[in-house]
Design a binder for this molecule. Structure first.
Ligand SMILES: [Zn+2]
Ligand SMILES: [Zn+2]
Length: 266
């Protein structure tokens, strides 16, 4: 993925924003919540929807409330096959067939064929690949449930977005960092820690700190306990994510700010 002639510059963060369209955690009361995850990235070369939540009408309704026009989406990236991440796709494709849909190569044949039948472009992901300028899939990871994460290269560092992190959140973060080769600004999405013990959660948090992850936005399948422990350790570098949250990247402190978490980590 890191071509030898890859441009040194990365996306400026001024116009980059991530809108949480679906999450089981609430953030603004005007949006509906249901088990699942979906987030929209704007301000890059392409407008990218990462996952689609579990329910088409809810996805479209939340998009409308966030003033997101379905026909403005260029790319859909599906992290993994579970219905709480893929369930909204059909309804979206009814509104916009002109999208490219990136799925792990392991997706069932019928699912992949349906995407093409609806008229959308199908891209099957195995190895890390470039989606557009400074935006990549980290490639298909995992054994039982294969999953891809999204990597955004910004001047302030890498943003890594995960759906459920079934292959293990640390494995996914390390793979993303290795393939994109940069410091990590933010890791956000589902970390699959809902059923993890406190000890396991603490190990993940201390590994995040060793990896110099500057900001965290655990949501979806992270669970209340992990979210609280991340918040306690990361302090003001913890981003409270729920349906309707908008993360404007320009509002995060400038690059060079690291290891300055204001919380209590022990
Ligand atoms: Zn899942
Ligand atoms: Zn999930």
């Amino acid at each position: 993925m890191c071509e030898q002639n890859a441009p040194v510059s990365a996306l400026g963060v001024d116009d980059l924003a991530i809108k949480i369209v679906c999450d089981n955690n609430p953030y603004t009361s005007k949006l509906n919540t249901a088990w699942g995850f979906s987030a929209l990235l704007t301000g890059a070369e392409k407008t990218i929807l990462f996952d689609t939540g579990g329910n088409g009408p809810l996805l479209l309704d939340n998009m409308e409330k966030l003033a997101i026009a379905p026909d403005k989406i260029d790319v859909v990236v599906l992290s993994h096959i579970h219905g709480d991440h893929t369930g909204g796709l059909s309804s979206l494709l009814e509104k916009n067939r002109q999208v490219a849909v990136y799925v792990p190569k392991s997706f069932p044949k019928k699912f992949r064929e349906n995407i093409q039948k609806k008229g959308a472009k199908l891209i099957e992901v195995k190895e890390p690949l470039k989606i557009c300028q400074d935006i990549y899939s980290a490639g298909q990871l995992g054994k039982l449930i294969k999953e891809q994460s999204l990597i955004i290269r910004t001047k302030a560092g890498l943003i890594i977005m995960t759906g459920c992190a079934h292959p293990g959140i640390l494995k996914m973060v390390e793979a993303a960092r290795d393939s994109a080769d940069g410091d990590i600004l933010l890791v956000m999405g589902g970390f699959h820690l809902e059923w993890a013990t406190t000890g396991r959660i603490q190990k993940v948090i201390s590994a995040f700190r060793q990896l110099h992850v500057q900001y965290v936005g655990p949501c979806h399948c992270c669970g209340h306990r992990a979210r609280s422990l991340f918040e306690r350790c990361y302090g003001k570098n913890y981003i409270n994510i729920g349906a309707g949250k908008v993360i404007a990247l320009a509002k995060l402190p400038s690059p060079g700010y690291r290891d300055a978490q204001s919380g209590v980590c022990d």
